[in-house]
Ligand binder design. Structure first.
Ligand code: ASP
Ligand code: MG
Length: 477
């Protein structure tokens, strides 16, 4: 009997109707004799709203708390009434929602009076999104006459370090706990419904696993339960060769390696939480990305050695070098230059230290062996802060004599495991750019050779993606 952990994201749970659809998808799998553990995100947009209200509460805005909790209650109660038919179940679930919201209200009011929002209290507030969605999904399953039971990540036994906001699981202890809480239910044929994203540290204090962390919850559970597969249900058919909004002929990728998928997650292919693959890689548990709107579609399968399985599926060749191309917008490029950096150990470190201390994440770096200049890519919204902090800290100290920026650029990333060791990939990519008359402003290829990233003017971005998609015939993949 197959054991499957299924995670449903916020969009899949946006409304009561969607929640019913999700319950039916789970039901279909259970009828096929799968043992299913369900992991749920908060309803669409709720986590963002919780972040906002916690900031407002900190500023002392008590009126907003009133309004917010009222709206949140309404949103969830409407979902309850649409997702569940049985009146008694509706009533019970509505009561859980009401109790949970009144607890949230107390927490927010507390923050409001103290005027302080710590990483710890923030995680506590953020946990309410999933604490509200899980009981509704659980009742929707009961409504379909399945035995189901909901758990918070904490009650399920997911134990993390105390790194609030980006906690990581203590896997051995977690596994031990999950064997006590979830496994016996699963063996009895009960469907456990677990809140994604939230867990608790060793003292039982609520933690969160980072934004989009429900994926991570699913893979943690998958590993702890030695599941056959982890399915990430979302609103797209799988991981695509590129954004279909840019290129309508973009194709779904059937199979990817963990490495490739991780690479794409980082490049915002909207696939996954960046750390979510870590536990399953070690345990070699396959992950599947699939769409709640097309449950007949197999989605994208992410495994250890997709090449072997690839050849088993007819009509798919495993020779593609570049498998996907992405455009990352809303970025800016900084150029830091100065003769003082040449041959001066620690000079690059100073640049990164300044940026790091000011919470500016660097997405891409490239330097020339002349050492006299360095190019960096950061989020566009952080450009102003990056420029001013670098100027204040470094200019006129004999190291850096100029910091310039371009904010009308985008990053193009071409990815694929077979790029490693294949000759001529870079040449094909850059020849394709030259043929379209696209100028390249900056290039980076890590030694993993899994991706080549480069910067072009934003106006050339779509043409660049299209040129690579054509050059590597990705619409025929
Ligand atoms: N609700 C959380 C978030 O929006 C976790 C998740 O959706 O996976 O980040
Ligand atoms: Mg979400």
């Amino acid at each position: 009997m197959k054991k499957i952990v299924m995670k449903f994201g916020g969009t899949s749970l946006a409304t009561g109707e969607n929640i019913r659809r999700v319950a039916n998808i789970v039901a279909d799998s259970v009828k096929k004799d799968y043992r299913v553990v369900v992991v749920v995100s908060a309803l669409a947009g709720v986590t963002n709203k919780l972040i906002e209200i916690s900031e407002q509460a900190k500023k002392g805005d008590e009126k907003k708390i009133q309004m917010f909790t009222k709206e949140l209650a309404e949103q969830h109660l409407v979902a309850v009434s649409k997702a569940i038919v049985n009146k008694q179940l509706q009533k019970e679930t509505a009561k859980i929602v009401a109790n949970t919201i009144s607890e949230l209200k107390k927490v927010l009011t507390g923050i409001c009076y103290v005027g302080e929002l710590t990483p710890k209290s923030r995680d506590y507030v953020l946990s309410f999104g999933e604490r509200l969605s899980a009981p509704i999904v659980c009742s929707a399953l009961r409504d379909l006459k399945f035995e189901a039971q909901f758990f918070t990540g904490k009650d399920a036994g997911i134990v993390t370090d105390s790194n609030f906001g980006e906690a990581d699981p203590l896997m051995d202890y977690t596994t031990h706990r999950i064997w006590q809480t979830i496994l016996p239910l699963l063996e009895k044929g009960v469907i456990p419904v677990v809140t994604g994203y939230i867990a608790a540290d060793q003292d039982g204090v609520v933690t969160t696993l980072g934004r989009g962390g429900s994926d991570y919850t699913a893979t943690i559970l998958g590993v702890a339960l030695a599941a056959d597969e982890v399915w990430i249900w979302t609103d797209v058919d799988g991981i695509m060769t590129t954004d279909p909004k840019i290129i309508p002929s973009a194709k779904k990728l059937y199979l990817l390696s963990y490495q490739e998928a991780a690479e794409m997650a980082i490049f915002g292919a909207k696939a996954m939480h960046p750390r979510a693959l870590e536990p399953v890689i070690k345990a070699s548990i396959p992950v599947r990305i699939r769409s709640v709107f097309h449950p007949d579609n197999d989605g994208t399968l992410i495994t250890k050695e997709p090449e072997i399985k690839l050849s088993a599926i007819k009509s798919i060749k495993s020779t593609e070098v570049v498998k996907a191309v992405a455009m990352i917008k809303d970025v800016a490029m900084l150029n830091v230059s100065g003769g003082g950096m040449v041959g001066a150990p620690g000079s690059y470190a100073k640049v990164f230290e300044v940026l790091g201390k000011n919470d500016i994440n660097v997405m891409m770096i490239s330097t020339a062996v002349s050492e006299a200049n360095m190019s960096l890519v950061v989020r566009r919204s952080l450009l102003g802060r990056a420029l001013s902090t670098l100027e204040i800290a470094l200019l006129g100290r004999g190291l850096v004599n100029e910091v310039t920026a371009e904010d009308d650029v985008c990053v193009i990333a071409a990815m694929g495991a077979n790029m490693k060791g294949t000759l001529g990939v870079a040449s094909r990519i850059f020849t394709a750019m030259a043929q379209k008359g696209i100028n390249i402003r900056m290039i980076a290829q890590g030694s993993s050779e899994l991706n080549i990233s480069f910067v072009v003017k934003e106006k050339d971005g779509i043409a660049a993606v299209r040129a690579i998609h054509e050059e590597f015939k990705l619409d025929k993949i």
